[in-house]
Unconditional design. Structure first.
Length: 487
C-alpha cells in the first residue's frame, strides 16, 4: 500500500482548498466564531481543522471512503487484518472490546491490575469478571502482568469464560508473555484481547517488546496519544483472526462511541501512521539510545534505584519497554508523589507517573538533547535537595496478597444496588458499592462487589494523609466509604 498517503489529511487539505462554507456543526464555523482570546492561545488552525466527517471531510454518503482508506493503511502498517479509529481514548475502546466478546452475565477473564475503565466496562455490560491476579513484586511493591500458567488455571476453573483481557505493557513498562497467553486462550478457542494502551510504538522497532498482533492476539487496543504522535483521545482497535467479528466490534463501538468524531484525532492518527512507516525505525532507534543514556546517568546518582532489564532476569516480566524510565526514590526518604510535586514546582518538569515508591518518565521519538539534559539535571537536583522536602506521614503498604479482595457480589449489582455511606472503620467486612482508584495510575484498589478489609482501609487512609488523589469515590477524603446496604 502507498504509505506516503494520508487520506484524512489530504481530505482536510482539499476541504480548505475548496473553501467550503458549512451550515451545520461545529458552530464556530471553522474559527469564524471563535473568541479571539481563545484563538490567541489555541491558534485558529485548531478551529479550521475541526471538520465533520459527513459533509466535510467526505460527502453525505462517505462515498470517498476517506476514513476507511486511513484505517486500511493503519492495519497494513502494523500487520493487522482490520483497524478502526476511536476518538474517545482507550478507556472507551476497552469497554467496546469487552462488549464484543462477553455479554451480560457471561464470564470474562480479566487482569486485576486493570485500569478503572475495565471496572467501568464490567459495571456497564454486567459481565461476570474472573480475575487473574498479577504477579506481585514484593521488593518494588509493583504488580507485573500475569503469566500463561495463571490464565490456564483460571480457564480450567471457568471453562465457560468467553475470553481474556490482558494488560501489557503496564504503566511501569513491564510486559506479559502475550504469545504464551494467546496459546492458552486459543487452545480453548477463546479470544485474547490485549489492552496495549502504552504500546502504540511497539510495531515499529525490533528493539521494543513484542507487538500484540505479532504475538497472535485477536484484538489489540492502543492509545496513540501515550507513546505515539497523535493528540489526546486517539485510540485504535487492531483485529485479526475470526474469533471476534469485525461487524460485531464495529456495532459495539457505535453503541458507545460518539457520533461527532473529531477530525483532529483522525488526522493526527493518519499522519502518525505515515511518519512511523517512513521514519519510525530511525526515530525510535534514537529514542532507545537516548533512554539508555538517561538510565545510565540516573544510576550514577545516590539514593535512586532505576529499573531496567533485570526485571526480566529475575523472572518477574517477559519483557520490559526500555523507553520507560522508572526510578524508585524511597531511599531519598520521600515518595514518588512528593518527588513529582517537587520537580514540577522547582524544575518545571511534569513526570509521566508516580506512586508511593517511584516516578516514571516516558522517552518517545519526540525527545531531543534538550529534554534529555533537562530530565537528568532535574532529577540530579532532586537528589541534592531531597533532604529539604518536608516529610509526610508514611503510607502503610499492604503485604502481598492483601490487595486480592474477595469478589462477593457482581460489580454491576453492587454498583447499582441499594447503598449507604458509612465511616471507613465501619466499612471493614462490608461489600463495596463504589470504585476506589488512587490516581495515577488509576488501577482500582477496591472494585464494586469486593469485600473491604482492614488492611485496605489502612492503606487507603494512610495514602490520603500522604497525598493520594482518589477522584472516583463518593468521598474523596475516604473518611466514609460507600457500601452495599444490608438487607
Amino acid at each position: 500500500m502507498d504509505h506516503s498517503r494520508a487520506p484524512v489529511l489530504e481530505a482536510l487539505q482539499e476541504f480548505r482548498r475548496r473553501g467550503d462554507v458549512v451550515y451545520g456543526p461545529p458552530g464556530h464555523k471553522q474559527g469564524r466564531g471563535a473568541d479571539p482570546r481563545v484563538a490567541e492561545i489555541l491558534g485558529l488552525d485548531v478551529f479550521r481543522s475541526d471538520v465533520l466527517s459527513l459533509n466535510g471531510l467526505d460527502d453525505r454518503r462517505q462515498s470517498q471512503g476517506v476514513l476507511e482508506q486511513a484505517q486500511e493503511l493503519m492495519a497494513d502498517a502494523v500487520g493487522a487484518e482490520k483497524a478502526f479509529f476511536s476518538t474517545c481514548g482507550s478507556s472507551l475502546s476497552v469497554k467496546t472490546a469487552m462488549l464484543a466478546v462477553a455479554g451480560p452475565g457471561e464470564k470474562l477473564l480479566l487482569s486485576r491490575n486493570a485500569h478503572k475503565s475495565v471496572i467501568a466496562a464490567v459495571i456497564i455490560n454486567g459481565v461476570q469478571p474472573v480475575w487473574v491476579h498479577p504477579k506481585f513484586d514484593d521488593e518494588r511493591h509493583m504488580a507485573h502482568p500475569p503469566e500463561p500458567g495463571d490464565v490456564r488455571d483460571r480457564l480450567r476453573e471457568h471453562p465457560d469464560a468467553k475470553g481474556m483481557l490482558l494488560i501489557t505493557p503496564t504503566d511501569w513498562g513491564t510486559c506479559a508473555d502475550i504469545r504464551g497467553v494467546a496459546d492458552v486462550c486459543h487452545a480453548r478457542d477463546v479470544p485474547l484481547i490485549v489492552d496495549e494502551a502504552w504500546g502504540a510504538h511497539l510495531p515499529f522497532h525490533p528493539g521494543l517488546p513484542t507487538w500484540g498482533m505479532d504475538a497472535d492476539a485477536d484484538l489489540v487496543l492502543t492509545s496513540v496519544h501515550k507513546m505515539g504522535g497523535a493528540i489526546e483521545q486517539s485510540s485504535v482497535f487492531h483485529l485479526q483472526h475470526d474469533r471476534i467479528s469485525p461487524v460485531v466490534l464495529k456495532q459495539r463501538e457505535d453503541l458507545l462511541g460518539t457520533t461527532s468524531a473529531s477530525s483532529l484525532v483522525y488526522a493526527t492518527l493518519d499522519g502518525w501512521r505515515r511518519q512511523m512507516v517512513e521514519q519510525g525505525h530511525a526515530l525510535l532507534d534514537a529514542a532507545l539510545h537516548r533512554a539508555e543514556r538517561v538510565r545510565a546517568r540516573l544510576r550514577e546518582l545516590p539514593g535512586l534505584r532505576v529499573m531496567g532489564g533485570e526485571i526480566i532476569e529475575e523472572g518477574l516480566a517477559a519483557e520490559f519497554d526500555p523507553l520507560k524510565i522508572v526510578v524508585d526514590v524511597r531511599d531519598l526518604g520521600i515518595s514518588g508523589m512528593q518527588a513529582t510535586e517537587w520537580l514540577r514546582t522547582h524544575c518545571h518538569i511534569d513526570m509521566g507517573g508516580s506512586d508511593t515508591c517511584r516516578i516514571t518518565a516516558s522517552i518517545t521519538h519526540s525527545d531531543d538533547d534538550e529534554t534529555e539534559k533537562l530530565l537528568v539535571e532535574s532529577v540530579h537536583t532532586l537528589v541534592e535537595r531531597a533532604d529539604t522536602i518536608e516529610r509526610r506521614p508514611a503510607v502503610h503498604l499492604p503485604p502481598p496478597g492483601a490487595l486480592e479482595l474477595e469478589q462477593a457480589v457482581l460489580p454491576r449489582d453492587a454498583f447499582f444496588g441499594p447503598a449507604e455511606q458509612v465511616p471507613a472503620e465501619r466499612a471493614v467486612g462490608r461489600v463495596a458499592a463504589e470504585t476506589i482508584s488512587p490516581y495515577p495510575p488509576g488501577v482500582p484498589v477496591v472494585a464494586p462487589g469486593e469485600v473491604i478489609t482492614a488492611e485496605v482501609v489502612d492503606y487507603l487512609r494512610s495514602g490520603i494523609a500522604h497525598g493520594f488523589l482518589v477522584s472516583d469515590s463518593a468521598d474523596s477524603s475516604l473518611k466514609t466509604l460507600r457500601v452495599l446496604a444490608r438487607p
